[in-house]
Write a protein that binds this ligand. Sequence first.
Ligand code: FE
Length: 214
Amino acid sequence: MAQDNHHHDHHHDDHEHGSELSEMQLRVRALETVLAEKGYVDPAALDAIVEAYETKVGPHTGARVVAKAWSDPVFKQALIADASKAVASFGLLNRVGDHLIAVENTPKQHNMIVCTLCSCYPWEVLGLPPVWYKSAPYRSRAVNDPRGVLADFGVTLPADTQVRVWDSTAETRFIVLPMRPSGTEGWSEERLAELVTRNSMIGTGLPKDPKELP
Ligand code: FE
């Protein structure tokens, strides 16, 4: 059911014109009404899903996933092998048919995610996408000039770190597994999770400096 929240194909008209957002909302409402009238969807279930995305699912979920991967090598292997399956143990909304892939940052490779065609995003671990993620400049520049985008976000990487950009679709989405900051040896998962920013899981940021935590 949850996958009905999001498009499964890439229609430019639905996404590219921010000024038509209210029209899009009207179209969604009209579609929802028709589907409910015909008995395909239960409006109460839809409301529950929307509420869950707005209140329960957010980057804190992804942060818990990352912190566990930093702490537990077995979980990390499972996450890299099959992120959809690994994050299912976090008791989240299931998105049947979707595929989540975790891409690991290393000193050699930094990963960044984008949806060049619209706004596909790993909602079940990061919640609602930030506005800039859906913007045309991000979607085009992330591919053409990823280092320029990173600079705009205040991130400078070593010259010998390659930047790899992953283009999401409705069926295949990505979460970046950032590098665990040094100076965090022996930290609990709960404390580690406080270092994991949303942008660090999109690849436009890095985890917080451990010294920043109170
Ligand atoms: Fe998309």
